[in-house]
Design a protein around this ligand. Structure first.
Ligand SMILES: [Zn+2]
Length: 164
């Protein structure tokens, strides 16, 4: 994503702060959002919802963005909680199916489990939304499977990509 959008995200949300340090364990903190700017609103709204959810229950944000990227034409937003890092976030299968893991701790009480479930839903909804939003411009898009890469694009960007 372009520098201005990356900067806006970091200014609004402390937990989205990047380090740009290759040694950082978070791919996101090292490389930022590995997708195009058309999905900025989706990512922004997801962060807003995570932040609001924390405010609502009075839990300080312990959400760590691990990797934000485009994969098989849709948004992937991998995250951990500070006390519950995941070793693996997903197994991707040929054809685009993906087995996902949701972070959480065995020590979570019911309240914390429910909270983490709501965070998982917020992130899931953001990812699902990306299947109908052009990754390049944010207009209404659909998943295009007849290009060199699977991409979610509006008609205009689809035409441009087809013409090469
Ligand atoms: Zn577009």
């Amino acid at each position: 994503m372009n520098d201005e959008l990356e900067r806006k995200l970091q200014e609004e949300f402390l937990f989205m702060k990047q380090t740009r340090d290759p040694k950082d364990t978070s791919v996101y903190r090292t490389y930022g959002c590995e997708c195009s700017g058309g999905w900025y609103e989706i990512i922004h709204d997801c962060c807003r919802a995570v932040s609001d959810e924390n405010d609502k229950v009075g839990i300080p944000v312990d959400f760590i963005p691990e990797q934000i990227k485009e994969k098989f034409g849709t948004l992937r937003f991998y995250y951990d909680f500070e006390d519950a890092p995941l070793a693996i976030h997903a197994f991707d299968c040929i054809g685009g199916d993906s087995l996902r893991f949701v972070p959480g701790s065995d020590n979570d009480d019911d309240e914390k489990k429910a909270f983490r479930q709501r965070i998982a839903e917020i992130v899931h909804n953001a990812e699902a939304k990306s299947t109908s939003v052009c990754e390049f411009c944010g207009e209404k898009g659909i998943i295009r499977k007849d290009l060199c890469w699977i991409k979610t694009l509006c008609d205009e960007h689809y035409k441009k990509m087809r013409m090469g």
